[in-house]
Design a protein around this ligand. Structure first.
Ligand SMILES: [Fe+2]
Ligand SMILES: [Fe+2]
Length: 152
């Protein structure tokens, strides 16, 4: 996230999404410790933590899909495959969560949680290093403003 955020009255959508990424990475660190703790045997508790994280990640993904990707798609034709790749990953993350939701076996939930952590970290890194810089280059400042009704 750009330090230029400070001293301004509005964040851009990219800055908002980047701040959220930072929070998700901290939450994933917590989840990684919890799922690796062999004395923690509460599968319901582990699933609860996963879905607290999943709920905020889902809102973030919907925001990207609704406000960022469509704008990007219309501006960066040749880079379309990059958007398709991250959209595909949103689907993969949702699939992992669906498996966790149906599962009550601690070992299986730990394994899926490990997949989720790896997948989400990789996804965030890809958006931060590839997609967001492209968005900042291609979209004009007006398109990057956080929408008024985003709840931000
Ligand atoms: Fe995403
Ligand atoms: Fe994201």
């Amino acid at each position: 996230m750009s330090l230029q955020t400070f001293g301004r009255t509005k964040m851009t959508i990219i800055e908002k999404l980047s701040v959220e990424h930072g929070v998700f990475l901290k939450l994933l660190d917590y989840l990684e410790k919890l799922k690796g703790d062999r004395s923690f045997l509460d599968v319901t508790g582990l699933k609860h933590v996963i879905f607290v994280i999943a709920n905020v990640v889902e809102k973030h993904a919907e925001h990207e899909e609704k406000f960022l990707f469509p704008k990007l798609r219309s501006y960066i034709g040749p880079e379309l495959n990059r958007i398709q790749a991250v959209e595909f990953e949103h689907g993969e993350i949702r699939k992992i969560l669906a498996v966790i939701k149906k599962n009550n076996d601690l070992r299986a939930v730990r394994l899926e949680a490990a997949k989720l952590i790896t997948f989400l970290r990789d996804h965030i890194a890809k958006e931060e290093s590839v997609l967001f810089p492209v968005a900042e280059q291609c979209l004009n400042p007006e398109h990057l403003q956080v929408p008024c009704k985003s709840g931000a």
